[in-house]
Design a protein around this ligand. Structure first.
Ligand SMILES: [Zn+2]
Length: 421
């Protein structure tokens, strides 16, 4: 999930002119038999898709084969792209769910289980690295879950543990909203928001309890200080489930080179976000330039729905956001590969992965990246840049699986120690 909603309300930045770099093949390379074979030999893991919003709000069936569906993810598209494991994002809009964050969290978790229950032949709920490997052997999509935003736990450690028991295997410490224990990059400069200078003491306890449970600590979306506090606190490797490189695109949601190196030192992984705004400076600048107008139009549209007595859902917001995203030219496919390449060079080949943000970016992905079916193009593009088959398999999922396994190991180790409580 990108952060348009909160961004809409924040200050307007000055824009520079937009222009899209042209490459010989703006929609990505045709996939060779060699690249296809490498791609199919990997367990491909994506750590962030917002499709549960569709399950809940649209009653979307992941088994859909509708050729007109603009969604990024379906079982058919996953199969075509050899996507082996998806971490479905459990994202609770803090604005529209005031007072019942936990209830909406449970509803979204249920929506993922229901999809798996409807398609037992092609999809299975998965809670461990071993489950992902089993799903791969059975040619099923491994369905995992990550909570996007610490507000879901309602400041209650019991709820955090319940989410783990229900199968949630990572939690993003904050979404675009600062919660009561973690500052967010989405509003860190907003003086109207009460900040904590990173993580509070309770926030640090949350990180340690996640370590003990075996729930991966996700630092996407957090404010820079929160990131450094999390790195200093955690006893296990962290993930950035959907973040790109700030050196290439200067957006606060992206990670600086110092952060990339810190994740490498921590043994973690940074999974590149496919949102055009985080991959291409021109796109980001154009987004800032239209922000005020877009915010006004969105507000007017949602106010109209409210006046008609309608309950506002993510789908309503997405509908109008799509129209505004479509006004900006799509960057070429190469920008996605540039970010993967940059992170591989700065953090190292063992610390980069894929965190698409599929179905959470209102269609704003680079040219040629239209759905999970296009994932093999990444393998081809990396091959074209000289990456070995072994390195490509690490990027496609091997690195995430290594981190997940280490988080499981640290959890077992911590659980053998006597509890301090
Ligand atoms: Zn997000």
């Amino acid at each position: 999930m990108t952060c348009f909603r909160i961004l809409l309300l924040s200050s307007l930045l000055l824009a520079t002119a937009s222009g899209t770099a042209q490459s010989s093949n703006p929609s990505g390379p045709p996939v060779s038999a060699q690249a296809r074979a490498i791609h199919d030999s990997a367990i491909v893991v994506d750590t962030h898709a917002d499709t549960p919003q569709r399950f809940l709000d649209e009653d979307f069936d992941i088994g859909s084969t509708d050729p007109n569906d603009v969604g990024h993810l379906s079982l058919d598209k996953a199969r075509r792209g050899n996507l082996g494991a998806e971490f479905f994002s459990i994202w609770v809009d803090p604005e529209t769910n005031q007072g019942h964050f936990a209830q909406h969290t449970f509803d979204l978790i249920d929506s993922v289980y229901e999809q798996a229950a409807h398609h037992p032949d092609r999809m299975m709920m998965s809670f461990s690295v071993a489950d992902i490997q089993r799903a791969q052997q059975e040619h099923k999509l491994a369905a995992l879950m990550g909570i996007e935003g610490g507000h879901s736990i309602e400041n209650d450690m019991h709820l955090l543990r319940d989410y783990y028991r229900l199968g949630v295997r990572y939690m993003t410490l904050s979404w675009s909203n600062t919660n009561e224990w973690a500052d967010s990059s989405g509003d860190v400069n907003d003086p109207k928001i009460q900040h904590h200078n990173g993580l509070t003491d309770f926030g640090k306890q949350v990180v340690l309890e996640m370590n003990r449970l075996g729930m991966m600590v996700d630092i996407s979306h957090v404010a820079d200080k929160t990131f450094w506090d999390a790195i200093a606190t955690t006893k296990a490797p962290v993930i950035a489930s959907h973040s790109s490189a700030r050196a290439l695109t200067n957006a606060p949601r992206n990670m600086t080179d110092d952060m990339l190196r810190a994740v490498a030192k921590n043994g973690g992984v940074v999974d590149v976000n496919f949102f055009s705004g985080f991959l291409d400076q021109n796109y980001w600048n154009a987004l800032q330039a239209q922000k005020a107008e877009q915010a006004a139009a969105t507000r007017a549209y949602l106010d109209k729905l409210k006046a008609e007595g309608k309950q506002i859902t993510y789908v309503d917001d997405d509908r109008i956001t799509r129209e505004w995203m479509a006004k900006i030219p799509r960057p070429p496919f190469t920008v996605l590969i540039d970010h993967i390449d940059h992170i591989a060079k700065v953090a190292g080949i063992d610390h980069v992965g894929l965190g698409s943000d599929f179905d959470g970016v209102s269609g704003a992905t680079p040219a040629g990246m239209d759905s999970a079916a296009d994932l093999p193009k990444i393998t081809q593009a990396l091959l074209d840049r000289g990456y070995s088959a072994e390195d490509i398999r690490k990027i496609l999922g091997g690195n995430v699986l290594r981190v997940f396994k280490e988080v499981e190991r640290v959890s077992r180790e911590l659980q053998t120690q006597p509890s301090s409580k």
